[in-house]
Each structure stands twice: as C-alpha cells, then as structure tokens.
Design a protein around this ligand. Structure first.
Ligand code: MN
Length: 268
C-alpha cells in the first residue's frame, strides 16, 4: 500500500504530518502510522456521504476506518456533518482517540466509541455510529429489533442494547469518555450492531463496504419491522440458520449497492 502513497504526496500532507518523533513521548501527541492508500481515504469520505444520502446519518453521526497497516490507529473526519466530509477532513487517531496532528481542528465528542471498539474487536475495521431514526424506537421499547428479511440477515444473532445508565448513571446520553466507550464495546460484544437507548446505534464490519451495508439495512429492517407489526398479525422472523445462509450470499454481492450508493452520493 505504501508504494501507492509515494506517488501522492498531497494526501500524505493531509493526514500524516507527524507532530512528534516516532515513539510518542508521554503527554505528547501520538506519532503517525504513516502513509495510506488514497483510495481508502476516498472510500471513507464516500461512506460519510453515502450514509447521509441513505438516511442513516443526518447532521450528526460518524464513520471511521481502522488504519490500514497499523491496527493501533484509526481514521475519521474532523467534527463535521457527514454529508460535507471530503478527503481533506480525515484525521488520524490512536485507539485512545487522541489526534495525531489536530492542527486546531474540532473533533467528534463521541470518538471514544470508535477507539474502544477497535481495541475490543481486532477483526473490525470500520465503525458507524448513527442516530438512524427508524432504529431509535427499538432502543426504548421492549420489542426487540429482529431480522425479518434476507437483506438484514446479519441481525439474526441478536441485537444487544446499551443502557448508558448502567455504565454512567444520569448522563447527557453521549459516549463522551473512554469508560463509556468501553462499556458500549462490552455490550456490543461479538455482534455487528448494538442499540443505544434513547440515542442511536453502532454498527461494525470487517471492511467499509460491509459496515455501510449493515448500517443501511439495520435502518431498513427497523422500518419494515414496524410495518409488519402494524399489520396486526403474528410476524415470522428469520431463523439463525437462514441468517447464516443469507448473509453468506449477500457478502458476495455488496459491491453492487456500494457502487450505486457511491455514485448517487458523490453526484450531489
Ligand atoms: Mn451520537
């Protein structure tokens, strides 16, 4: 990957200007993990705009990418509405969510969600935190969010609920410190999605396309589940075995919606 970046020094300037020598002295900024393939930064910027275009993120919420080649770092936009994010807004963080080179840029208050999940889940390379509107009711109701069609098969393992009162008592509901981030990661455990009571949800994946796909179809499933319940009869949900079979099939095809979503979002 590094060889690609050598041909794109402007990208290096954007995200990887070390403010201290490697080794990161105590109290100083962490050192950069070095160059990244620019196409991955472009995908991260696109993911922000796709999730806004698809109604998952609004003026709030964020998406991050674990640093390719260094699992101790991640990349995420400066504090900005996701629909406005471009490659030049992407910043580098260590897993304690300290910025490598802040340069006065404002940071997302809830960035600890990302750092603490990356610490707890080595196989996760992309994290989405949203206030995905159709999902919010399932975080405050006794009705659990459950997979009801093949596109949301990844939900068949269950969707845990993060009750922030258990971790922090009375709060403003924001995951604004590492302790709350750790508690959320613990609730998420080995699942792809966790609900956050009275707030939103968090979605993770092994790569950016799968995480974005899951965030979109968590929202869609929530919408469809409400509709199915409102019909008034009993609802048949996916069995875990159907979930595994369907998820395997869909994992091989998500390049298709990704290209469509990206084209639509970047055209705006
Ligand atoms: Mn939030």
């Amino acid at each position: 990957m590094a060889h690609i970046l050598r041909t794109a020094p402007s990208m290096l300037l954007n995200i990887a200007r070390p403010s201290v020598v490697p080794g990161s002295p105590a109290g100083g900024s962490p050192s950069t993990a070095g160059p990244v393939d620019p196409s991955l930064i472009e995908d991260l910027a696109a993911a922000n705009r796709i999730l806004a275009d698809q109604g998952v993120l609004d003026g709030y919420g964020h998406v991050s990418l674990r640093y390719p080649g260094n699992p101790e770092r991640y990349l995420m936009s400066r504090s900005l509405a996701p629909e406005l994010v471009t490659v030049s807004d992407i910043m580098e963080y260590d897993l304690d969510s300290n910025p490598v080179d802040q340069r006065g840029r404002t940071m997302y208050l809830e960035r600890f969600i990302h750092g603490e999940i990356y610490k707890a889940r080595p196989e996760v390379n992309c994290v989405v935190h949203s206030h995905s509107p159709a999902v919010v009711p399932f975080g405050v109701s006794s009705v659990p969010l459950r997979a009801l069609y093949h596109m949301s098969a990844f939900l068949t393992g269950g969707v845990p609920l993060f009750e922030i009162r258990n971790a922090g008592g009375m709060t403003d509901l924001l995951v604004r410190n590492p302790d709350l981030g750790r508690a959320l990661a613990k609730t998420l455990a080995d699942k792809p999605v966790a609900l956050m009571r009275g707030h939103g949800n968090v979605v993770v994946g092994p790569d950016i396309q799968l995480a974005v796909y899951r965030a979109v179809y968590t929202e869609v499933n929530a919408r469809l589940q409400v509709q199915a319940i409102m019909l008034g009869g009993s609802v048949t949900y996916l069995e875990p075995e159907e979930g595994v079979l369907a998820a395997t099939n869909i994992a091989g095809t998500i390049g298709r919606p990704w290209e469509l979503w990206k084209k639509k979002a970047l055209r705006k």
